[in-house]
Design a protein around this ligand. Structure first.
Ligand SMILES: [Zn+2]
Length: 307
């Protein structure tokens, strides 16, 4: 278990494109806007950072912009943060009112996903993203207060960015594995999904059919899991972004390791980092129930799950 900022040593090259003769910048494993406090030092070149920040910003602004503002999530551009939001005026039809952002109970949108294609034994040509269903997470208390004050429930606005959302999950999962392993220790087949657009993300990204119960005080959860075959180790990361609300739980297939000694080495490294419970039944299993909770510095949103 780890709280507060933690720095992970630089790998000496860009974790995405593996180039070393370039300027490298620090990389948050969990995005800063989600309260991420774990940072890989000098991890990303400018070219790769441009790609990853594009889909990160899609999620931060397009999908969760209002929610982040209304719940005062971390931002590096506090000055640009909107202070009001325009809403239809219930008492004067056809008119609008300016609602202070802190009064506004913005819904936070996630996607409920079926299991990843690879986990269902499907080829990567089968696109399951048509089954990704938006789910809006509400703070009902704040919803009701808004209605009392403004006469009706709030109307949230956002733009759907399912691919950017899934790519962000892949990026988080990859960073998580680098907490235990070096890029040379495994075959990161997730990399093209981070760097290239228009990949079938549903092949390696999926979710559970139901969302876990809220866990009070837990900002986000992330676990490294393994499926162990005699000659292959599959590395999977499980992610829940706001565990103190009932948000979907995701899994990302990050990569694999082939060869007996290579598997042992990688597995030992993962084990050394986490409280890994060895599972020889080749089944999909969490390494440990409380293997890892990262507590963000700002989120969880205080109004959710706690009063
Ligand atoms: Zn790079």
């Amino acid at each position: 278990m780890s709280h507060g900022p933690t720095y992970i040593a630089s790998k000496g090259y860009c974790i995405y494109c593996k180039r070393s003769e370039v300027r490298l910048t620090d990389e948050h494993i969990f995005p800063y806007f989600l309260g991420g406090a774990h940072v890989i030092k000098n991890a990303s070149c400018d070219d790769c950072a441009r790609i990853t920040s594009k889909f990160e910003m899609d999620v931060a602004r397009e999908l969760w912009g209002d929610a982040r503002a209304s719940y005062n999530a971390p931002t590096r551009k506090k000055k640009n943060r909107k202070k009001h939001i325009i809403q239809p005026d219930f008492y004067n039809p056809g008119q609008t009112i300016l609602v202070p952002i802190e009064d506004f109970p913005a819904a936070m949108v996630f996607y409920q996903m079926p299991k990843a294609g690879i986990l269902q034994g499907l080829p990567d040509s089968v696109d399951l993203s048509t089954q990704w269903t938006p789910v809006a997470i509400h703070d009902t208390d704040k919803d009701n207060k808004f209605k009392e004050k403004y006469g009706k429930f709030a109307t949230s606005r956002f733009r759907h960015v399912p691919d950017s959302f899934a790519r962000l999950l892949v990026k988080i999962a990859y960073g998580q594995v680098l907490f235990s392993l070096d890029p040379d220790d495994f075959q990161a087949f997730c990399l093209p999904y981070i760097l290239e657009p228009k990949k079938n993300l549903s092949y390696i990204v999926g979710g559970r059919s139901s969302s876990p119960e809220p866990k009070e005080g837990i900002g986000y959860e992330i676990k490294t899991n393994c499926i162990k075959f005699p000659k292959r180790l599959l590395i999977i990361v499980e992610i829940q972004l706001l565990s103190n609300a009932s948000t979907p739980s995701y899994h990302v297939f990050v990569g694999d390791v082939v060869g007996e000694s290579e598997i042992k080495r990688a597995y030992d490294k993962i084990e050394a980092t986490w409280a890994v419970e060895v599972d020889y039944d080749h089944c999909y299993k969490a390494v440990s129930d409380d293997a890892f909770h990262w507590m963000p510095s700002h989120w969880p949103l205080p109004a959710w799950g706690t009063e």
